[in-house]
Each structure stands twice: as structure tokens, then as C-alpha cells.
Design a protein around this ligand. Structure first.
Ligand code: 13P
Length: 257
């Protein structure tokens, strides 16, 4: 039986932006109008700095605009200065958690830490967005092995039901914030490769349930082609998610309405 296509998902990763709560609130007010227009055909998620989370979720009580956090620490409470837990994120209105973003890997986050974070999010009600992606694209194709290793180390040992709720974000590091984007054909190939890896780790039905996003210099000009020909279920957007009109066009590019 053919599986139903999942609802497209567009996630705005604000990273360490904007610089004030007032600006963040203004952006959410603009985006909630957008969410009203496109949901339920598209799931729209905003991932602000977590210090803003409670104030921002209060501005969108309908739940149409969903929220996430950019990182968590495994465990619910404890002596971890500066960290937040899954239960804290959840109690402040987050429903998604980004795990293993390359900017965190670059500042020393290990595969073991990412696996522990994945386990703690997967065991909760929140949806994990696991980021994978190669630093460089070598002609010999070693980047496939890089992505397979990242997937295997983060996901090995997890339950099929948890994986089915997981989102994988393929974000080649060289494309992040550089204006250089993967071609739709390369994105499609990587999507198929991720399906293959997940089938090997779990099984075909489980792999097919997993949503795969592309991230890396997605903008209003390239989004439609990447979505149609890249075979992905949506996008993880950085810089362009801070400009509401451009983010709206990216969301429109994955919507059938
Ligand atoms: P840019 O869209 O700015 O390249 O960032 C992508 C990203 O890192 C999203 O998590």
C-alpha cells in the first residue's frame, strides 16, 4: 500500500537572533498571520533562542505556529550550568527540539552526546529534528559515509516508534550561511541515501515514515525547485527565517494551496 505523503514542514532556526525580545515578538506577530494562512497544509515551526520561548508561545495561543528549542541536555534536572532539559522546553511550549546542529558539533558536541540527547527527546512527547551533513563534498563521495556514521551513532538502539516521529535535517555544512546550495538532484540523492541507511538500521516501513528536511542557504528563490525536485518533506531555514516576507514565500513554496 502506498504510504501517504507527510504534511510539509518548514522550520525557522533563528540561532542567536534577534538581539532583543521586542524584535522577536514583532517577528512572531508577523509569522502567526502566516501560520494562519498555511496551516494545516504546512506545519510551520519557529525555533527562537530558548530565553524568549515562553513570551513568544504566549503570542500564538492557537498552536498553529509551533515552537522548538535549539538544543537540550539529557535528564530532567541537575547540576548543568547553562543547560535546559526536555521537560523545561516542553513546559514552556516547545514541541520540537533541534539536535546535533553542525554549529554545535563544531563547538565540540560529540556523537555520544548527540545520541544521549536524541534518546531523551525521543522518549518524550517532543519531536526530535536530528541534523546531519558533511563538512565538505569530496569528489570520491566520502560524504555519504559521513552522513551514515552520524545517523548510525545517533539512532542505533532507538525504537521504531520513536524513529517514525523523528525528523532528519540534511544540512551540508558548506551550504550553511554561505549562499551555496546543494542542487535539487544532489538533495534527492541524499534523501534516497538517508532512506537506505534508515532501512538498514530499522526497516523499510519505519524509514519511509521519517520526514527528511533540507537546510543550507534555502531562500525564496531556490525553495520551490529544491522542494519539487529534491524529494524532501520541507526545510530547515536559518537566515531567511528572520525575514517574515521571505519566510512566508518559502512556506508558500511547499504548500499545495
Ligand atoms: P542558513 O539557511 O542561514 O544557511 O542556515 C541553515 C541552518 O543552519 C538552519 O539550521
Amino acid at each position: 500500500m502506498a504510504s501517504k505523503k507527510p504534511i510539509p514542514l518548514v522550520v525557522g532556526n533563528w540561532k542567536m537572533n534577534p538581539s532583543t525580545l521586542a524584535e522577536a515578538k514583532r517577528l512572531v506577530v508577523q509569522l502567526r498571520t502566516l501560520a494562519r494562512k498555511f496551516t494545516p497544509d504546512v506545519s510551520v515551526v519557529v525555533v527562537p533562542p530558548s530565553i524568549y520561548l515562553s513570551d513568544l508561545t504566549r503570542l500564538s495561543p492557537s498552536g498553529r505556529l509551533q515552537f522548538g528549542v535549539q538544543n537540550v541536555w539529557p535528564g530532567s534536572t541537575g547540576a548543568q550550568t547553562g543547560e535546559i532539559s526536555v521537560s523545561m522546553a516542553s513546559s514552556c511550549g516547545a514541541t520540537y527540539v533541534i539536535i546535533g546542529h553542525s554549529e554545535r558539533r563544531a563547538s565540540g558536541e560529540t556523537d555520544e552526546q548527540i545520541a544521549a540527547k536524541y534518546q531523551s527527546v525521543a522518549a518524550s512527547k517532543l519531536t526530535p529534528i536530528l541534523c546531519v551533513g558533511e563538512a565538505t563534498r569530496d569528489p570520491s563521495g566520502d560524504y555519504y559515509a559521513v552522513v551514515e556514521t552520524q545517523l548510525t551513532r545517533a539512532l542505533a538502539g532507538s525504537k521504531k516508534a520513536q524513529l517514525k516521529r523523528t525528523v532528519i535535517a540534511y544540512e551540508p555544512v558548506w551550504a550553511i550561511g554561505t549562499g551555496q546550495t546543494s542542487t535539487p538532484a544532489d538533495v534527492e540523492e541524499m534523501r534516497l541515501f538517508i532512506d537506505k541507511c534508515l532501512t538498514k538500521l530499522f526497516d523499510r516501513a519505519t524509514a519511509r515514515a521519517v520526514r527528511v528536511l533540507y537546510g543550507g542557504s534555502v531562500n525564496q528563490k531556490n525553495a520551490t525547485e529544491l522542494f519539487i525536485h529534491g524529494g524532501v518533506d520541507g526545510f530547515l531555514v536559518g537566515g531567511a527565517s528572520l525575514r517574515s516576507a521571505e519566510f512566508a514565500r518559502i512556506v508558500a513554496s511547499v504548500s499545495s494551496t
